[in-house]
Design a protein around this ligand. Structure first.
Ligand SMILES: [Zn+2]
Length: 320
C-alpha cells in the first residue's frame, strides 16, 4: 500500500499541487470560520451588554404615557390597568424613576376603586370609574340652557307672535349666570351663551369635564291641557344625591314668592341627567301652554325674578 502511495506521490505530476491547494483551501476555510466566529461572538457580547438598557428605556417610555392617560380615561378596562402595573413593576426598580412610582400609586388606587365597584355591580359590562370632585375653595356650576339654533324646543304662537322655548331657556340661564357670578366662591360655566345648537351628547360632557358640583338644565314645559301650570325640578332616578339636591332646590323656590305654582320634584331618564357623572338637575320653569306661565316666562322682569330665585336656590346647595 505504502509503495503504491509513494509511487503515486512521486509520479503523479499534479499530486503536490493538489496537496498544496488543499492545504491552502483548508487554511482559508479555517481563517474564515475564525473571523466569522469571532465577529459573531463579539456581536453577541456587544448586544447582550447594551440590549437590556435600551429595552428598559423603551419600557419606561411606553409605560409613562399610559400612566398619564389613565386619569382621563374613565372607561379603561381592568385588563389594561393590570398590564400597566406589570410594565410599571419592570421599570420601577430604576432609582431615577421616582415619577413612575408616584404614578404607580395612582394606578393601584384606581384599580382598587375599580375592583370595589365591580364587586358591587357585577352585572354591568362596562363600569365607568368617575374621578371624585377635587377639593376646591369654590363651587363649580354648569348652566345648560335647553335647545338652541335650529332646535327651538317648544313653541307657542299668540296673536301672530311665535314664542320659542330656546329663547326663554337662554334668557333665564344668562340671568342666573349673572346672579351667581355676583356671589362668593363660585365658578359658572355654560353649555351655550348664544342661540346655537348644542347636541345632547355634548351637554353633560361640559359638566363632567369641569367636574361640576351641580349641572343645571333650563327648559320650559308644554301640555295638551292649558290648565297645567308651574315649575318642576327633575333629577335622574338613579342619582340619590341629585334627588336630594332637587328637593332642597324646590324647598328654596317655595319660599321665593314666585308668581307660579311650585309643583315639586320628579325623576326622569333624560340624557343630560343620565350621562352626568356628578349631581345634575333639570328645571321645567313653567308651561308655555298655560297663558299665565307664558306671559311670565316671556316677561323680562319675571325672567329676572325667576333667575334670582333659581340662583339663590342653586347657591344654597353648592356654596363653600
Ligand atoms: Zn325643552
Amino acid at each position: 500500500m505504502s509503495n503504491r502511495k509513494d509511487w503515486y506521490r512521486n509520479n503523479h505530476p499534479k499530486a503536490s499541487v493538489i496537496r498544496k491547494m488543499f492545504i491552502w483551501v483548508l487554511v482559508i476555510a479555517v481563517a474564515i470560520i475564525v473571523v466569522l466566529g469571532g465577529y459573531f461572538i463579539i456581536r453577541q457580547l456587544w448586544s447582550s451588554g447594551s440590549k437590556p438598557v435600551s429595552l428598559e428605556g423603551d419600557a419606561l417610555q411606553s409605560s409613562q404615557p399610559a400612566e398619564q392617560e389613565r386619569p382621563d380615561q374613565n372607561t379603561k378596562p381592568s385588563k389594561d390597568i393590570s398590564l400597566t402595573e406589570e410594565s410599571l413593576e419592570s421599570t420601577s426598580p430604576e432609582p431615577e424613576d421616582g415619577k413612575s412610582v408616584e404614578e404607580g400609586q395612582t394606578v393601584a388606587e384606581g384599580s382598587e376603586e375599580k375592583s370595589e365597584e365591580s364587586s358591587e355591580e357585577s352585572s354591568e359590562p362596562e363600569k365607568i370609574v368617575i374621578p371624585p370632585i377635587p377639593e376646591r375653595s369654590y363651587a363649580v356650576v354648569v348652566l345648560d340652557p335647553g335647545h338652541g339654533g335650529v332646535d327651538g324646543g317648544c313653541d307657542v304662537t299668540i296673536d301672530g307672535v311665535m314664542y320659542k322655548e330656546k329663547d326663554i331657556d337662554l334668557a333665564v340661564a344668562l340671568y342666573v349666570r349673572d346672579y351667581l357670578e355676583q356671589m362668593d366662591n363660585i365658578q359658572v360655566y355654560m353649555t351655550r351663551e348664544t342661540d346655537k345648537k348644542v347636541s345632547l351628547d355634548d351637554r353633560p360632557v361640559v359638566g363632567n369635564e369641569k367636574q361640576a358640583d351641580l349641572f343645571v338644565s333650563f327648559h320650559c314645559n308644554s301640555f295638551t291641557k292649558d290648565t297645567a301650570k308651574g315649575l318642576e325640578c327633575y333629577s335622574h332616578e338613579n342619582s340619590a344625591e341629585s334627588g336630594k339636591i332637587s328637593e332642597k332646590l324646590i324647598a328654596c323656590l317655595k319660599n321665593a314668592g314666585l308668581d307660579t305654582k311650585i309643583r315639586g320634584t320628579r325623576t326622569a331618564d333624560y340624557k343630560v341627567l343620565r350621562e352626568s357623572y356628578y349631581a345634575a338637575v333639570l328645571f321645567e320653569m313653567g308651561f308655555m301652554t298655560n297663558a299665565e306661565d307664558l306671559k311670565n316666562l316671556t316677561d323680562e322682569d319675571y325672567q329676572k325674578q325667576l333667575a334670582k330665585a333659581l340662583a339663590d336656590a342653586i347657591y344654597s346647595v353648592v356654596k363653600k
